[in-house]
Design a protein around this ligand. Sequence first.
Ligand code: BGC
Length: 803
Amino acid sequence: MNRGIKIGLITFGILVFSLLGIGLGGWFYLKSKLFDFESEYSENSEFQAISSEGYTFLDRNGNGKLDVYEDSRRSTNERVEDLLAQMTIEEKIHLLKGSGMGSALGMTEPGKGIPGAAGVIVPTPRLGIPTIYLSDGPAGLRIEPSRENDPKKYYATAFPIATLLASTWNTDLVESVGDAMGEEALEYGVDVILGPGANIQRHPFNGRNFEYFSEDPLLTGFIGAAIVNGIESNGVGTSVKHFVANNQETKRNNNDVIVSDRAMREIYLKGFELIVRKSQPWTIMSSYNYVNGTYTSESKELLTDILRGDWGFQGVVMTDWFGGADAPAQIKAGNDLLEPGTKFQWDALLAAYEKGDLTIGEIDTAVRRILKLIIESRKMEGYNFSNEPDLTAHAAITQESASEGMVLLKNENTLPLLEGNNIALIGVTSYDFIAGGTGSGDVNEAYTISLEQGLINSGFEINAEAKAIYESHKNANPEEFIKPEGMNAMFQPYNPPQIEYTIDQLNNVASVADAAVLTIGRNSGEGGDRRELDDFLLTSTEKEMLKNTVEAFHQQDKKVIVVLNIGGVIETSSWKDQPDAILLAWQGGQEGGNSAANILSGKVNPSGKLPMTFPINVSDHASHKNFPLGGGSLSPTDFLSSGKVVPEEEKIRNEDYTVYEEGIYVGYRHFDKTDIPVSYPFGFGLSYTDFEFGDLDLIMENDTITIATTVKNIGQTTGKEVVQVYVSNLGTTIDRPVKELKGFSKTQNLSPDQVEEILIQIPVSELRYWDETKSTWVLESGTYTFQVGTSSRDIKLKAELEL
Ligand code: BGC
């Protein structure tokens, strides 16, 4: 062999070996730091029973006697203190961080753990303290449906997205949804659900808006508290997230939110505050971003002074996954638990303790809170979960709540459709309905009912010509119709291409069908923000499809209904005149198609109301000047980029930092103050019946104002209405919104002529504003106007009160 070739081959060989070595070394290094560093601490669950005074308990530490912490008759406090006293400092520090990413990536030993659960609170085997499982998320459990060597499927219910639940404005119903979510978690062995999300929808382009409730903090707080109460009634915890001001995905791990104290208190913190006060959740999840220069997970002001000091939060604060940069600083600030946990954090905590930077007092404070959660969990009680949640009952509540949260935006003598009609389904999403958003808010459900299936179930005929066009389009683009799963779905929302119909095709369909239902779909999620072109705005294909469908059907005197299967706001004003009816179906979970069909068929009378404004132009939002507009996705490495320091002069506006110049003027607070026309106002939604409001009375008693009125169904169809109370102080000497939602109530299902008395209570303290000069809430004296209506722009009754 030629000497040159020989040297070349040897060099190549060495290179390949070195790369392999580096690769393997790198993998083992990462594994030992991120995935698998808990070998000394595997869970111990074999305990002897121990009896005392006729009761039986578990001898968790195997010392042959009943310890205080093992005795469930003792108070949580006594049990926690006993445990704390028995723990070594190593065990305490060990408890402050999770066990790594292994479980989230499904890397659990067959038969052990819960594959797909995003994290854990680690066990303490010497004392028999169990593992606590933490799993996403806001629209249902995100666990792996398949397990190694196990033929069983562990499907979870895809409940409606949070935005849809808020659109119900029905706290009792949302509490029942929470109850079902909690039961499902309990029976799958999950102890804490990582949700709900309570961030404010500051701008329509946030890719995660579907996980959040509203642009309004009161609606966020009331709906959020209902879901927490429902879930926690099962003895399962929640993690209300992402605390706080995590309003964009772009550069979220390093984005610094520059915001006034007033906007924080009145808007971004307010929803969380209401949830804490009304439901005292087990945990709160701090967010990735900085607020005014400090990571939220390292902010003592947020986590200790405000959350615990001002609001009385009693639970655990955990980080978002890999959030923040300085583990000891997080514990000191009041962020008790670091998730999913890394070996780096473990080492940093030990080192800080040894150096005296992290005191035993600070460690004990965090450990106590975590122990309280463990002691109060069903796991500690020895609950034997079945892995058989009642998926049928959960599908039923999903269908019911999704039907109630869908919003009828337009209806010109079109809906409900006549049973038996031949319906032409136009657009890919009609056949491939989107259940929910992507990323950690995704759910691995067993099925999703499409609009097609839903309409069939409701007794409609599906137009065969239109269906054939869809089928041939799908067959021509097989790759693009493959749904990404798991981690892939996080970075790649499923958006199959739209059909380009010819005029002939549509004319042909219109000649056979009785009506057309055209669906516009959008899908977004964690890891990316949306953008204007081809997302907020309809694409050119969609515009053509709509225009041509309407023309073809109107020529034959037939109606066109648009169904919006979306997770966030889109532009509607340029095209809303064209169709005869518009149903905002949101993403209704796995029963979405049945729920939409319930509305289209009239089986359910729509009663959903918008939890945010639909603007004419996205730039009408005051926040638009300060929001990243480029869209795009985070890369997998961005997930681990917390703490990356960008030199001041290289910082990019709206990426490295975002200035909330609009202050408190988010959503309708801005539109109504500046009187900007909107496409659909906050609180808006039509019904198949009409309602009449009676007189308005304001009764002041014990620092609470009661708003009393009546609602009468004056139409022909049974239905529900939402009574909304907006308050203002027009004589104010400071800059205040002209309307702020301060209370609401949803009626029962009123039959024609039925009247319901409405009483809405508003504590006077809720009329205060945050005074930045005094750093406190202040109640202005003066005349307050109470406006009662069915949207922020449809006020039916007004009354004044002197305070
Ligand atoms: C998300 C959280 C989620 C966590 C665990 C993070 O990337 O921001 O909302 O709960 O992952 O999956």
